[in-house]
Design a protein around this ligand. Structure first.
Ligand code: SF4
Ligand code: SF4
Length: 360
């Protein structure tokens, strides 16, 4: 107990002493960039591929060219650390019922106009007071709070890649698991490297047209599809989330095309979450997603043969896990609460069907 208070005390003390005073501006060199002429650099971490002159900061707001070298401005600087149920990520097939230490820095490489976390994803390091927490301290916190895993989440973790990677590596050495909750907007080389140390991911597939991505997110669809295929190739465990927004990505034809693509390219086992939209940030002229729209999406996914489909952000709707063979309920869920689990050695207790995921 004493150790727990000491860690919290040190974090609060360091935030108090150093935040805003520039003393913790110890620069940490970024990975995945190329030096160009005249001290320009190109960041190769995500598909934005920002070309930056000296002192310029990338679109994500957290990677800066300093004298012809690229630095991350958020290493050791989380702005949010919480203990969450793993169901909140959402991950329904990865150690259900466990607690996960969840953290974020500021910044994001997209600008989704419906972002639920825009106050931190669209902020700059000098606009939000950060804690100071090294990877070693994050590992200690996870252990102190009895968390079996650590999530990089809330904003877009890709943009704090170096911090995430070092925590994930250290977590592995300490017997902890790590989870990447992402929009999937990352280039191939960093993704393949990350896949070697990350245990699971929830990858957003925000829509299924380039028009949707360019209108609502400032990104492109194709890089996200590439990420999903590479994550599968690398053997990463992941689940997929699709936030269904009225009059934006709720066309049944588009939803069916998305489900067909998932089945053809990834198979029928990766869990798919249709999540309810609530008006936020710049998208306040739409109502919350009608329940019947989410049920329509659910039915389409099931018709297309996807085995594990869920509706999220709606109490009591398609939140249990059903065995795809016998149809019996094998994980009883109520919001983020877990009831009985009828999976033994990775198989349905009733009929012996193998269930996709990690449960032991
Ligand atoms: S990670 Fe940031 S700096 Fe690098 S390409 Fe993406 S938006 Fe630009
Ligand atoms: S990718 Fe996620 S965190 Fe970034 S702006 Fe979009 S919704 Fe927000």
């Amino acid at each position: 107990m004493k150790k727990k208070f000491l860690i919290i005390f040190l974090i609060i003390l360091s935030a108090f002493l150093f935040a805003g005073k520039g003393l913790f501006e110890v620069l940490h060199e970024a990975q995945f960039y190329e030096q160009l002429k005249n001290k320009y650099v190109r960041c190769d971490l995500c598909p934005n591929c920002c070309v930056l002159k000296d002192k310029e900061i990338g679109i994500c707001g957290v990677r800066q060219n300093n004298g012809g070298k690229l630095y991350t401005l958020v290493y050791n600087k989380p702005i949010s650390i919480h203990v969450d149920p793993i169901e909140k990520k959402p991950l329904y097939h990865f150690y259900p019922g466990s607690q996960i230490l969840s953290l974020a820095t500021v910044g994001c490489n997209l600008r989704c106009n419906f972002c639920q976390n825009w106050t931190i994803s669209q902020s700059r390091p000098n606009e939000v007071q950060a804690y100071n927490a090294t990877p070693e301290q994050i590992i200690e916190m996870a252990k102190e709070y009895g968390c079996e895993s650590i999530a990089f989440t809330y904003t877009e973790p890709t943009i704090f890649y170096e911090y995430m990677y070092d925590i994930a590596k250290l977590a592995k050495e300490n017997g902890l698991k790590t989870v990447w909750v992402t929009c999937g907007y990352i280039n191939e080389e960093p993704l393949r490297k990350l896949a070697k140390v990350i245990d699971a991911a929830n990858i957003d597939l925000k829509g299924f047209s380039e028009e949707f991505y360019s209108t609502y997110t400032t990104g492109y669809l194709q890089p996200v599809l590439n990420t999903l295929k590479i994550a599968k190739e690398e053997g990463m465990f992941f689940e997929i989330t699709n936030l269904v927004i009225p009059d934006a990505n709720d066309d049944p034809v588009e939803i069916r095309a998305m489900c067909k693509w998932i089945k053809e390219n990834l198979g029928d086992e990766y869990p798919l979450h249709f999540s309810r939209f609530f008006p936020n940030y710049k998208l306040t002229n739409r109502p919350p997603t009608p329940i019947k729209t989410l049920e329509m999406a659910y039915d389409i996914a099931k018709e297309e043969g996807i085995k594990y489909v869920y509706i999220g952000n709606v109490a009591g709707s398609a939140e249990d896990t059903l065995c795809p063979n016998c149809g019996k309920m094998i994980i009883d869920r109520s919001g983020y609460m877990i009831g009985d689990i009828h999976i033994k050695d990775g198989k349905c207790e009733y009929c012996g069907e193998e269930i996709f995921g990690k449960f032991e």
